[in-house]
Design a binder for this molecule. Structure first.
Ligand code: SF4
Length: 208
C-alpha cells in the first residue's frame, strides 16, 4: 500500500461518513460507523450498528461487542486499534427495527455501494471474521449458520465464520459446546497469528 492509496482510502472513508444515500428510510438518520486503515490485517464483517453504536459512533460498543471481545480474547485497546483491526458491517447505519421485534436487516443499498471499493484499498487484510448470518450469506452464499461455524476449519486461514454475538447466542452456545471447546481456541489462535501477537487477555479475566 503506497501513500497515494492510503490517501485514497482516507478520502473514500470521508465520503462514506458523509453518505445520505438511504436517509429517507433510516429511522435515526444516517450515521455510518466504520473503521478502516491501509495497515489493518484483520477485518470484522458484522451486520449493522444497533442504537447504542449509532449513539456513540463506536462499533461493537455494546453487550454484543463485549461478547465478541470475549470470544476473541482481545481487550478494547487492541480491538479498537484500527491500524490493526478494520470494522466494516454489511450495512454502515442503524437500519431500524422489524415490526415483530429485533433489528432490521442491514440496508441492502450499502454493501454494493461501498464495501468493495473500501476493501480494494485495504490489501493488508488477511483474515476476515464473518460475524452473523448477513456476512456469512454475503460471502459464502446462503446456508445454515451453525453448519458454517461448525465447519470453521474449511475456511481458514483467510476467513472465520461466527454467529452474531447477541444475547440470543447464549442459548445457541449452550446447545453447541464444541464452539467454546474447539472453535474459540482456533479463532483466538488465528487472530493472534494474524495480528502477530499473543492473545492479550484470558477470556476469564476481568474485561475493561
Ligand atoms: S446505510 Fe450505507 S448507503 Fe445507507 S446512508 Fe448509511 S452509509 Fe449510506
Amino acid at each position: 500500500m503506497n501513500c497515494e492509496s492510503a490517501a485514497l482510502l482516507t478520502e473514500l472513508a470521508a465520503e462514506v461518513r458523509a453518505c445520505r444515500h438511504c436517509a429517507a428510510v433510516l429511522p435515526l438518520g444516517p450515521r455510518p460507523v466504520i473503521r478502516v486503515s491501509a495497515t489493518a490485517t484483520v477485518l470484522i464483517a458484522g451486520q449493522a450498528p444497533g442504537t447504542k453504536v449509532h449513539e456513540t459512533g463506536i462499533p461493537w460498543n455494546d453487550p454484543s461487542g463485549d461478547r465478541l471481545r470475549r470470544w476473541l480474547a482481545l481487550d478494547r485497546d487492541v480491538f479498537y486499534d484500527e491500524s490493526r483491526i478494520a470494522i466494516l458491517p454489511m450495512g454502515f447505519c442503524y437500519p431500524g427495527r422489524l415490526p415483530k421485534g429485533g433489528d432490521a436487516p442491514p440496508r441492502p443499498e450499502c454493501a454494493p455501494l461501498w464495501r468493495d471499493r473500501l476493501l480494494r484499498l485495504m490489501p493488508s487484510i488477511t483474515l476476515t471474521l464473518l460475524v452473523g448470518s448477513y456476512a456469512l450469506n454475503d460471502t459464502l452464499g446462503r446456508g445454515p449458520m451453525t453448519d458454517r461455524v461448525r465447519a470453521f476449519r474449511r475456511y481458514l486461514p483467510d476467513r472465520f465464520p461466527l454467529p452474531h454475538p447477541s444475547w440470543r447466542t447464549t442459548a445457541w452456545e449452550r446447545r453447541n459446546p464444541w464452539f467454546e471447546a474447539e472453535a474459540l481456541p482456533a479463532l483466538r489462535s488465528a487472530v493472534a497469528i494474524t495480528l502477530n501477537a499473543s492473545p492479550l487477555r484470558s477470556p476469564r479475566s476481568p474485561r475493561r
